[in-house]
Design a protein around this ligand. Sequence first.
Ligand code: NI
Length: 198
Amino acid sequence: MIRTPLALVPYLIAVAAVVGGLLWHAGDAAIESNRSAGIADVGGPFTLTDQNGKARSDSEFRGRYLIVYFGYTDCPDVCPTTLGVIADAMEKLGPARARFAPLFISVDPERDTPGVLKSYLKSFGPDLVGLTGTVAQIRAIAQEYRVYFTKHPLPNGGYSVDHSSVIYLMDPNGKFVTYYDDASIGPDALAKDLRERL
Ligand code: NI
């Protein structure tokens, strides 16, 4: 008979958390090695709905670099900070900003309707295109971009969404170029790096 002493339970939970963390980091490492090789298979086609309720697909952005960030409007800090960095970088690019299309793709499509996205994005300049869709559509595009997200229940009955926070840069043909680790790059360095891609 196999018994798991109760005293072991916290230990087992800790092990599960560590293994989960390692897998998560293994995923990051895979992206890192792909970036080095310059052959990352990140991204793919999509048709989603923008903040004006209009259908938008990846093909209409050909000819412009895509700056792709996944998040959600109810995010307390990481998303607004990152969107602020992207918006500031666009501003710093001056006329060259027209060569870039920054996309904010919701990982909370049930709450992030086009109207919610529209009022939220007003704080982040004129460039950002907010995208939402059905849960199935969002799962598909998140998978293409290797973005992880999961609902995290809150004591008040609501939820937050844990999610990857990576800024992807795709070239004018929709191919992966590089990524930035969320907002830590800052607007000046981001604008400088984007300009050098042109
Ligand atoms: Ni967030």
